[in-house]
Design a protein around this ligand. Structure first.
Ligand SMILES: Cc1cc2nc3c(=O)[nH]c(=O)nc-3n(C[C@H](O)[C@H](O)[C@H](O)COP(=O)(O)OP(=O)(O)OC[C@H]3O[C@@H](n4cnc5c(N)ncnc54)[C@H](O)[C@@H]3O)c2cc1C
Length: 390
């Protein structure tokens, strides 16, 4: 049986960044994915790299992640298409205006470069394409965005170069535990021995935890996405709205990615054959696309002629407090869990990698993880809405 120091389950951004950090310590690493790199949330994402509007517990992680994003392309030796041109959150009426003003005041002492733009002229000075009807916005200049597919490809090429074993299209069926300690994996093809296992399997993480008597309460809403054909440059920032029911950005290649808020998912996910192999697909309902497009026309009136190129839906792994779990699995030595990113784990990816690597190798992570404990939901399930704005 093949044996590794660490087996990482899931090749989204969390798993890839973890495998990268582990490989740099000299550990032997295998990373497995039932589909392929960035096949789920890490490919479906809007890919905003945002600190503004974060929960205070998560803000230090987001700020640390932004520092890494600035030079990640150098570290990986390949582009991520990361740009740091800011995040605007728009208020559409008087109530949203007040809400946003309060949010900016609350984050005033957080060390973040977050400002309130009190009128339309101030907004359009930064983003001229935004409607003249928008009365106010928050602006965080050090937020930005990256390209999910390019970033994933950069990670995968680096993992290959560092000698990480890639097992794509291989389903992990269960975690093997011997004497209270993770011992490896059983996959659709084989058994693999490992001293530690890191679970970064997104919305499917519970299906591997439940046979071990463990569970993190998760809801899995969907978010619809519309992508246009390239248009002339009109938007450098990621824009969102108070309430998180719409967000958008223009990719560096000119395409606009526009997203809905969190919507109920009916549980249907197909597997379709693509040039890269089988990939999951969730078809967005017409009503979700109509809402995205109507809001896009109101917020960015110059967009009406943009041609739609593609659309899809993605799933969120939403925890009751909308914060991730970054912890050891209770009662099982050598099993580490990174899940529940609740719609904002793309930005965190590079820092998640360092944290999960430290947990798997017995080092003390550089961040306070007390808000991200596995056991924090025992007994209480207060619901928080996901904060989607890139
Ligand atoms: C539409 C949308 C917009 C978003 N916008 C933003 C944003 O602007 N900014 C931001 O920071 N975040 C955003 N997010 C959230 C962000 O994309 C996710 O939090 C992040 O990508 C999660 O990465 P992950 O690696 O943890 O999970 P995933 O990317 O979901 O990866 C999990 C992987 O595990 C694999 N897997 C699952 N089970 C098994 C198994 N049994 N065996 C083998 N492999 C398995 C899956 O195939 C999958 O590839 C958005 C999400 C969506 C859907």
């Amino acid at each position: 049986m093949e044996k590794f120091d660490v087996a990482v389950v899931g090749a989204g951004i969390s798993g890839c960044a973890t495998a990268f950090a582990l490989a740099k310590t000299g550990a032997s690493v295998i990373i497995l994915d039932r589909f392929g790199p960035a096949a789920m949330a890490s490919g479906w994402t809007l890919a905003g790299v945002r600190q503004s509007g974060r929960d205070p517990a998560e803000l230090p992680l987001a700020m640390a992640a932004v520092k890494i994003w600035q030079t990640l392309h150098e570290e990986l030796g390949a582009p991520t298409r990361y740009v740091q041109r800011g995040n605007l959150r728009l208020a559409r009426d008087a109530a949203e205006y007040q809400q946003l003003h309060n949010m900016v005041r609350q984050q005033a002492n957080s060390g973040l470069d977050l400002t309130f733009l009190p009128d339309n002229a101030a907004i359009r000075e930064i983003a001229p394409a935004i409607s003249s009807e928008i009365p106010g916005a928050s602006f965080c200049a050090s937020d930005g965005h990256a390209d999910p597919q390019t970033t994933s490809a950069a990670y995968i090429a680096t993992l290959e170069r560092l000698g990480v074993t890639l097992a794509m299209g291989e389903v992990v069926e269960r975690i093997e535990v011997v004497g209270g300690k993770a011992a490896g994996l059983r996959t659709s093809n084989r058994s693999i021995a490992a001293d530690s296992v890191v679970l970064t399997a997104g919305v499917f993480t519970n299906s591997l935890l439940e046979p071990l008597g463990l569970n993190v309460p998760l809801e899995t809403p969907m978010v619809a996405v519309v992508r246009t054909a390239p248009v002339a440059p009109i938007l450098e920032q990621v824009i969102g709205v108070v309430g998180g029911d719409w967000a958008g950005r223009q990719e560096t290649n000119g395409r606009l990615r526009l997203t809905s808020g969190a919507l109920p998912w009916n549980g249907t996910m197909e597997t379709v054959v693509t040039a890269d192999g089988p990939r999951p697909k969730i078809r967005p309902p017409l009503s979700s696309l109509r809402a995205i497009i109507d809001k896009a026309e109101l917020l960015l009136p110059g967009l009406s002629d943009a041609a739609i190129d593609d659309c899809w839906s993605g799933l969120l792994d939403l925890t009751p407090d909308a914060l991730p779990v970054l912890d050891h699995a209770p009662g099982i030595d050598g099993l580490v869990v990174g899940m529940g990113f609740s719609g904002h784990g793309f930005c965190l990816g590079p820092v998640t990698g360092h944290i999960l690597c430290d947990l798997a190798t017995g080092n003390t992570p550089a961040h306070d993880l007390s808000a991200f404990g596995f056991d924090r939901f025992s007994g209480i399930h207060t619901k928080t809405e996901p904060a989607l704005h890139g």
